[in-house]
Design a binder for this molecule. Structure first.
Ligand code: GAP
Length: 446
């Protein structure tokens, strides 16, 4: 993981938040390449969920919501983790932290940080929602929360979307947005953070049909994840047992990836029944049932949710793409063998699609390279680099995951052709400049 974190910083994918002040724990900023990669993932999700389906609508609800939303959703009472404190060193842990020896609250319990015995408090429930105050007065009546999941913005707008879009059940609402959780044990880079982005879709169905839709969405989501180019042997399903199920779920499956720190979830598919809509109907005192135009039946829809983390999916993509390998005798590399680090990102996800290199900074090559760069940037996110040996420039773009390197050489100024180097195979094609856009478009599809 350290190697990936260091590459992410070196190449401008992810930086520690507020680094010049010593950093803010488990909060990260996306740099020039990171913001493009995450945006490409979110856009791919939006395209497949909203644009390519006739039965899903998009939404962008506010992060701040009426505080009663979180009472109705069960988050005020149920969105908690058991926490223990060490009275000696003041560190806090989840009560189920595997490093704790003994039973917290009992004399045999040992603090995993300072090693003191009998200093750990008995577990108490700690709510993970961030609290703040709305308006100038900091009093109980002004308390509101930063949303811990985007889903609730969808439930409270479900009738608005249904009526304005003239959809009929079954149909879904999709949303991408920030969520916040005051995690007790965040960590592993962008895996578990206190501020993160979710890509969530709530699919509203007739009661009794939810199991069928649950299976349908499990299949669709795995196909989408595989479409990111993730190796299938690194993916698996994990079904929640009774103790793992969230307070709203009747059934849940996670899609897990084998990260360098073990198998972990990055997306969940949940059968949330009518839990959320029924509770909102009760707490808001507003009817949220649906009248089936065919059967004249009234019912509260059941919900099948697909919930992915944009940051965790970005981490999956980065971990899966990170490769160290030896390249032999590539043009421009010094000697016979050369070690390289390369991000083998799917070309359509890569932040930069191509880099343009004048082989040397003379003989008309820089001018032609600039013209080609200006032309290509109207179609793709491309980079210009004229610094250092061609071998070094290739290596920098390998680390950035740029799929194509376009070199302008002596022949280019004579016949208007360039070489295009493939990041993964290292093969070079000679392509006529007027055909470059078409060439790259074909290679970037998918
Ligand atoms: N609406 C359902 C829900 O929020 P969840 O399993 O708690 O379900 C869904 O979260 C996804 O959100 C996770 O699979 C993960 O990708 C992402 N996620 C949750 N907590 C996170 C955190 N602290 N940091 C980064 N991503 C997180």
């Amino acid at each position: 993981m350290e190697k990936l974190v260091s590459l992410a910083k070196r190449r401008g994918f992810v930086f520690q938040s507020s680094e010049i002040y010593g950093g803010l724990g488990s909060v990260w900023d996306y740099g020039p390449l990171g913001v493009e990669l995450k945006k490409n993932i979110k856009e791919r999700w939006w395209r497949s969920m909203v644009h390519e389906r006739h039965d899903i609508e998009g939404l962008d609800a506010a992060i701040l919501m009426h505080p009663k939303v979180w009472e109705a959703s069960g988050h005020v009472s149920g969105f908690t983790d058991p926490l223990v404190d060490c009275k000696q060193c003041k560190h806090r842990f989840r009560a189920d932290d595997p490093r704790i020896k003994g039973t917290p609250g009992q004399p045999d319990a040992q603090c995993p940080v300072c090693g003191s015995k009998g200093t750990l408090t008995a577990p108490r429930q700690f709510n993970l929602m961030f609290k703040t105050f709305m308006g100038p007065v900091e009093e109980q009546a002004a308390v509101i929360y930063l949303r811990p999941e985007t889903a609730q913005g969808i439930y409270v707008n479900y009738l608005n979307v249904l009526q304005s879009s003239r959809q009929k059940i079954p149909f879904g609402i999709a949303q991408v947005g920030k969520a916040f959780r005051n995690e007790i044990t965040p960590g592993n880079f962008i895996f578990r953070t206190r501020e993160f982005e979710q890509m969530e879709m709530q699919f509203f169905v007739k009661p009794g049909s939810e199991s069928e839709w649950f299976e349908f969405w499990r299949g669709e989501r795995m196909k989408w994840v595989e479409g990111l180019g993730i190796r299938s042997e690194k993916l698996r399903w994990h079904q929640h047992d009774k103790n793992e199920l969230a307070h709203y779920a009747k059934d849940a499956y996670d899609i897990q990836y084998e990260f360098p720190f073990g198998w972990q979830e990055f997306e969940g598919i949940h059968n949330r029944t009518d839990f959320d809509l029924s509770n909102h109907q009760k707490h808001a005192g507003k009817k949220l049932d649906y009248l089936d135009p065919k059967t004249n039946e009234r019912f509260i829809p059941y919900v099948v949710e697909t919930s992915a983390g944009a940051d965790r999916t970005t981490l999956v993509v980065l971990c899966d793409a990170y490769t160290e390998e030896e390249v032999r005798g590539e043009e421009g590399s010094e000697g016979g063998g050369d070690q390289r680090v390369v991000l083998k990102l799917k070309p359509s996800l890569a932040p930069l699609k191509a880099a343009v290199f004048p082989l040397v900074n003379k003989d008309g090559m820089p001018e032609l390279a600039h013209r080609i760069h200006d032309d290509l940037r109207r179609h793709f996110n491309v980079f210009f680099d004229d610094g250092g040996s061609i071998g070094r420039r290739y290596r920098r773009q390998d680390e950035a995951g740029t799929p194509f390197g376009i070199t302008i050489d002596g022949q280019s100024t004579q016949d208007q052709t360039v070489t295009v180097r493939d990041r993964d195979t290292l093969k070079q094609d000679r392509v006529a400049t007027p055909k470059l856009v078409e060439y790259l478009t074909q290679k970037l599809a998918g």
